[in-house]
Ligand binder design. Structure first.
Ligand SMILES: Cc1ncc(COP(=O)(O)O)c(C=O)c1O
Length: 490
């Protein structure tokens, strides 16, 4: 048996860590059918853990059919086939989707197209002058250190600033608990890599953030989609999914969820935490849009309500500040934080020193609050323009919930008429683009949904773009269902 490393302070329970190690060794053939596992007492002593953890790990593997206990003789690896690794068709379909995604993105970049398809804030929101000032300050002050390697954990003063910043959101944490990452995306990826193995299940909302599905795909983790309603992940369905799939992690984006814009109310946040605690499943919280509300303040992040240290909080400065500096962070503590730092080191050594130091200088200048207030006011104006334009121009029967934060309007097209994918090329021909809803789904559903990043354009361009979209829909109906438009002859 290979060496097994158990982290006693990790969020992941000890017995699950052990079961995961053993499962990987069995599935990779390092523990072959017929091999005898050590008696629980011996393995517990060897690993310095409680015997009950070993008993629970063996019980889990036994339930999965990977090992069998023979009274009097011991516990053996069975000849059962390893647990199914991601069904190829799922990934094959996703590869096909990714291909078409590239094509879709290329089409949306055509000159003159008013594209609502992207996920970034508009360029005019980015505080370029303040960044120039911050970079110059850092280069003058730090010289070569500003362009040298940084610790894998991140530039210490930035970690202090982030700890102060998240305290303002209600999260108690020490700078040592913060790992600076290459954007929120890398924070999510590092957590998935360090906590899940190939074939493990990850719960997410359905629909969900496309970048999370990409991570699951690349890491060969199986995403289990749980339906989302106007208040976020549905907890009855979550409970069923846990019972059925024994997931190892729950991904939740409770505030201004991408793509739906849903905000999970306080009581549901507490219930979600209670469910995760009851089943000992860590939650990966994605809070990248938390500060982008333009109505009332959202409830506190899950991490602020987390009394059991069960939440890993990932966020970053892309949406509120500067996407291209790739500065994000994840909050975790103890051995798990160290493990994440090792994965970070292996991925890219460190987030560029200049970016981290410039971000620190910017935060230290106190300019963030003013910037956020300006961004929120502008987002609100754009959101109002989008809602008005949607009422006026989107096909009759379209449905949506007015967003209260974030960048997106999530629209369900009428049941009669083209699907989002069918309409896409006609929309491009009419000079506008959107993101196709099915891309955000774990099961390919959502083909009548579209996501519109209204924040990308001024109110006038939003009106123009939505008008083009409405015209595209009518043109499609005329082309393919002319009967629907024939005036009856009396
Ligand atoms: C929900 C969500 N999480 C994470 C990210 C990635 O953010 P970052 O640019 O900080 O990597 C995005 C970007 O679109 C997002 O929508």
């Amino acid at each position: 048996m290979d060496e097994i490393l158990i982290y006693k302070d990790a969020v992941e329970p000890i017995y699950q860590q052990l079961a995961r190690h053993l499962r990987l060794q069995i599935e990779s053939g390092r523990l072959a059918p017929g091999n005898k596992l050590p008696p629980t007492r011996d393995l517990a002593r060897q690993l310095g853990i409680g015997r009950i953890s070993v008993v629970n790990a063996y019980a889990q593997l036994q339930d999965n059919g990977l090992i069998a206990a023979h009274p009097g003789r011991g516990t053996f690896v069975t000849s059962a086939q390893p647990a199914p690794v991601p069904a190829e068709p799922i990934w094959a379909a996703r590869d096909a989707l990714n291909m078409s995604m590239r094509e879709i993105t290329r089409l949306a970049r055509r000159p003159g197209v008013i594209a609502f398809s992207g996920g970034t804030p508009p360029e005019e929101f980015l505080p370029v002058e303040a960044l120039r000032h911050a970079i110059n300050t850092v280069l003058d002050r730090d010289g070569a250190a500003a362009v040298a390697y940084e610790e894998a954990e991140g530039y210490r003063p930035l970690r202090v600033s982030v700890a102060e910043y998240v305290t303002s959101l209600g999260i108690q944490c020490h700078p040592d608990d913060i790992l600076i990452t290459g954007g929120t995306q890398q924070a999510l990826d590092l957590v998935v890599q360090s906590m899940l193995g190939e074939g493990d299940r990850l719960i997410t909302g359905n629909p969900t953030y496309l970048g999370l599905l990409d991570i699951a795909h690349i890491r060969r983790v199986i995403p289990i989609g749980v339906p989302v309603d106007a208040d976020g992940i549905r907890l009855d369905a979550l409970q069923n999914a846990i019972d059925e799939h024994q997931p190892r992690l729950i991904y939740a984006a409770p505030t201004y969820h991408n793509p739906t814009g849903a905000v999970m109310p306080l009581h549901r946040r507490r219930q979600l935490l209670a469910i995760a605690k009851r089943h000992n499943i860590p939650i990966l919280e994605d809070a990248v849009y938390h500060e982008m509300g333009y109505r009332e303040d959202p409830p506190p992040p899950l991490k602020a309500l987390d009394e059991d240290n069960i939440v890993l909080h990932a966020s970053g400065f892309s949406k509120i500040l500067l996407p291209g500096t790739r500065t994000g962070y994840v909050i975790a503590n103890g051995p798990l934080r160290d493990r994440l730092a090792r994965f970070k080191q292996a991925a890219d050594v460190c987030t560029p020193a200049l970016n981290q130091r410039a971000m620190h200088a910017y935060l230290a200048s106190g300019a963030l609050i003013g910037h956020l207030n300006r961004v929120r006011a502008e987002l609100r104006a754009r959101c109002e323009a989008a809602i008005e334009a949607a009422h006026q121009h989107l096909p009759p029967g379209s449905r949506w919930v007015d967003p209260t934060g974030g960048l997106y309007l999530w629209v369900q097209l009428p049941d009669e008429g083209p699907t989002a994918a069918e309409l896409y090329v006609t929309a491009i021909e009419h000079g506008t683009a959107y993101a196709i809803g099915s891309l955000f789904h774990t099961d390919g559903s959502g083909n009548r949904h579209i996501r519109l990043n209204f924040a990308a354009h001024s109110p006038a361009r939003i009106r123009e773009g939505f008008e083009r979209l409405g015209a595209a829909w009518h043109a499609w109906q005329h082309t393919y269902h002319p009967a629907a438009y024939r005036t009856p002859i009396l």
